[in-house]
Design a protein around this ligand. Structure first.
Ligand SMILES: Nc1nc2c(c(=O)[nH]1)N[C@H]1C(S)=C(S)[C@@H](COP(=O)(O)O)O[C@H]1N2
Ligand SMILES: [Mo]
Length: 377
């Protein structure tokens, strides 16, 4: 006689619905925060036509906050997801595997939810390290799978709503029946999960929340590491911009009254100083002091209409961030500069010498370095 394959038996209470709900609440909240901040980030970077000239340039710290939150909460969601999967994995062994059409659909939706959540956290984490060991585009795939994940989550919450309600708190009806001696086990597990979340958060959040920068041991970037006290994402060497190539540099401003300026002429114009952060999409951010000419003043001189959008083109030959566009709220904001100096010194080549854009409430990728021309649209 063949030995019958017997499913493993799970007796501990740490795999029950109350534990799954307790961890699931936090994980669900984290996924929602990541989704909302992710959608925001996407539309700030790739605005559809209706938004292109409507995006607000304030609050100046807006993108720094929402993207810092996106990456911090996404990082914290990794131990939460691991704990949640450990809590529910015995359900992989339910027999029979498919009981009804409804049960089959429910299992399918959970499979989609698990796969998309694992995919989002994995690709997001590797993106913070700028590591892309896959053949697809990170941005469009992370964006599309985010929608898949949120759809599967909504379905999951709807299907599980009665169970979630029954196990929402310790005092919920379903758990009163549990033996009292199981209480401490669950508390230990939840404490351990909380400690793991606290540990990954405290050792990474300093990459953006600079009061905690001294604890930033695990994040790929440290806010203090980089020339002139600011990290560099893409170096001049990688962008193929050299000292030689900027020697005879001139700024061109195209508009109703086009003109050109040498660096000396730009330096002779009224200089403004602003304090604004670079907030990289990959999660690090840092505030700095920038000095330069208001973009608004440069546009006025070219006779640009007040509501016009502006295209900024970099000297960089190739690269996804060579050309950038900004709506009039950014272009007209008195904080938006064509910066020539950073923290009191002339920009280094890596930070965009001879001139770069710095604007409030914008993703770092749109803070164009090595600016060649401004075009009124
Ligand atoms: N021309 C150009 N500008 C660019 C980039 C680029 O690749 N090319 N990278 C951007 C990114 S991703 C960030 S986060 C900021 C970083 O500026 P920093 O290197 O001065 O800190 O510059 C932005 N400006
Ligand atoms: Mo960036």
């Amino acid at each position: 006689m063949k030995p019958r394959l017997r499913p493993p038996r799970f007796s501990g209470r740490l795999h029950d619905a109350r534990t799954a709900t307790a961890i699931g609440r936090w994980l669900g909240a984290a996924v929602l925060v990541c989704f909302v901040t992710g959608v925001l980030s996407h539309y700030l970077q790739h605005p559809p036509a209706v938004l292109a000239n409507r995006l607000p340039s304030r609050p100046a710290w807006g993108y720094r906050f929402t993207q810092g939150l996106h990456v911090a909460v996404g990082t914290a969601a990794i131990p939460l997801l691991a704990a949640k999967l450990w809590t529910v994995y015995p359900r992989l062994f339910v027999l029979p595997p498919l009981r009804s059409v409804r049960h089959a659909l429910e299992r399918l939706s959970v499979a989609v939810l698990v796969a998309s959540a694992v995919f989002e956290l994995f690709t997001g984490l590797l993106n913070t390290a700028q590591w892309y060991p896959w053949p697809f585009s990170f941005i469009s795939t992370h964006w599309a799978v985010g929608w898949l994940m949120i759809g599967a989550l909504v379905l999951h919450l709807a299907v599980k709503a009665p169970e979630i309600a029954a196990h929402w708190s310790n005092r919920s009806a379903g758990t009163l029946a549990l033996p009292a001696e199981d209480g401490p086990d669950r508390r230990s597990l939840l404490t351990a999960v909380g400690a793991a979340v606290g540990a990954v958060t405290l050792t990474t959040v300093g990459q953006s929340f600079t009061p905690l920068k001294d604890l930033d041991l695990l994040a790929p970037r440290h806010p203090d590491h980089g020339a002139q006290g600011l990290p560099v994402n893409r170096t001049a060497a990688r962008a193929r911009v050299s000292r030689d190539s900027v020697r005879d540099w001139r700024l061109r401003v195209d508009g109703p009254r086009p003109y050109e300026l040498t660096l000396a002429e730009l330096r002779a114009l009224p200089q403004r100083e602003v304090t604004l952060p670079i907030a990289c999409v990959e999660g690090w951010s840092k505030s700095a002091r920038w000095t330069g000419v208001r973009v608004r003043d440069l546009l006025d001189r070219a006779g640009a209409p007040a509501g016009a959008r502006v295209r900024v083109v970099s000297m960089e030959r190739r690269g996804n961030y060579r050309v950038m566009e900004m709506g009039h709220h950014y272009a007209r904001d008195p904080l938006t500069l064509l910066a020539l100096r950073l923290n009191g010194e002339v920009l280094t080549l890596d930070h965009g010498y001879p001139a770069r854009i710095i604007a409030p409430n914008r993703p770092g990728v749109l803070q164009t370095k090595w600016v060649n021309s401004l075009e009124v649209l």
